[in-house]
Design a protein around this ligand. Structure first.
Ligand code: SAM
Ligand code: SF4
Length: 330
């Protein structure tokens, strides 16, 4: 039997987050600087063929779920063709996509034919002007239209809301209220310093507990849902609502114990943890002629060293956390 990717803490890796590009059509304040973001040279990006091969090899080692992210996946030329190509990998049970939604509408019919089960749509405000301030682009109408189309589609829809102190915390309750009559799962994400600049000063820290307190004050009867093993969010619902909501403790990192994830950035950097600074460049290894057997050996040996949690990973970094989520892949 083929070896499986298991780390020194007994955690099996079954989930790959793959950033297909570092480019984006938006400039969210918590993710990228307004200008001057360093876009990598096209040749430095993994090709689709390389991404397919890496994913195939990982799937032979037990990865059965892939999330495609970026940057904005739909910005990369021929992304839909890549998605269809990846769908041929019979060892994958699920392919999911994280997107800002601005460019997805015309592809929905094609996506529905694939083993894409769910779309994570990022939307941090229900107000057009505020959305524009956060993303530095006037694309609210397109994104909201995508939300409505996704709701009607057969795909599961999750809304990603980054909770930003002093910017959108007054909308937390409105987002939860949406789940009363919409069959969506809203997930509030703690803001992290992956913005291309580094840690920023905020007057209030909106962590898991504070977000939950805010919701509890507005809805006295929220129910805790059972969380799937390795879920990144702690999940809840308001009784009799169509949808649900969750909180992702991305920064307070209370979910690391069950982590089943690895990441590969758009330039082929392998990351055992969101908070490490990259452990190996797969692109260079492949371009130097590595065989699939050598790739497997490599993956098995680096996964074994996955740090226990995000705090350990951060402590082992050579540099401060300051890269952008757009190049890491959120
Ligand atoms: N462009 C796509 C999108 O926005 O959905 C995919 C890439 S984006 C980097 C993936 C997710 O990371 C988004 O939901 C985004 O809101 C989140 N994200 C980006 N920067 C973040 C940060 N500094 N803290 C928390 N979440 C962040
Ligand atoms: Fe682009 Fe997504 Fe980053 Fe916003 S969060 S700038 S949409 S990559």
């Amino acid at each position: 039997m083929e070896a499986k990717l298991v780390d020194n803490f007994g955690r099996q890796i079954t989930y790959l987050r793959l950033a297909v590009t570092d480019r984006c059509n938006l400039r969210c304040q918590y993710c990228m600087p307004a200008e001057g973001i360093e876009i990598v040279d096209r040749k430095a990006l993994l090709t689709y063929k390389e991404m397919y091969r890496i994913t195939r090899v990982l799937s032979e080692l037990g990865v059965n779920k892939v999330r495609l992210t970026g940057g904005e996946p739909f910005v990369r030329k021929d992304f839909m063709n890549f998605l269809e190509m990846l769908d041929f990998n019979d060892l994958l049970d699920e392919i999911n996509i994280t997107t800002n939604g601005g460019l997805i509408s015309k592809h929905l019919e094609r996506i529905e034919k694939l083993k894409v089960k769910s779309i994570n749509l990022s939307l941090d405000s229900l107000h057009r002007e505020r959305f524009k301030t956060i993303t530095r682009r006037d694309e609210f109408d397109k994104v909201y239209k995508a939300l409505e189309e996704l709701e009607k589609s057969k795909l599961n829809l999750k809304l990603n809301v980054v909770v930003q102190s002093g910017i959108n915390t007054d909308e937390i309750v409105d987002f939860v209220a949406l789940t009363k009559y919409k069959d969506i799962s809203v997930r509030f994400i703690e803001e992290m310093p992956f913005n291309g600049v580094g840690q920023k000063q905020t007057s209030e820290v909106w962590d898991y507990t504070k977000i939950l307190n805010e919701i509890n004050e507005a809805f006295s009867d929220i129910e805790k849902l059972e969380d799937k093993k390795s879920s990144t969010s702690r999940n809840f619902k308001i009784p009799n609502s169509k949808g649900s909501f969750g909180i992702i403790p991305a920064f307070t990192r209370t979910i690391c114990g069950d982590c089943n994830r690895i990441r590969i950035t758009s330039t082929g950097m392998f990351k055992n943890c969101l908070f490490d600074d990259g452990v190996f460049n797969i692109r260079d290894f492949i371009r130097e002629g590595a065989s699939n057997g050598e790739l497997k050996e490599l993956f098995l040996s680096i996964v074994a060293k996955k740090p226990k949690n995000g705090f350990v990973a951060e402590a082992q970094r050579k540099s401060e956390v300051s890269e952008s989520m757009s190049s890491i892949g959120g």
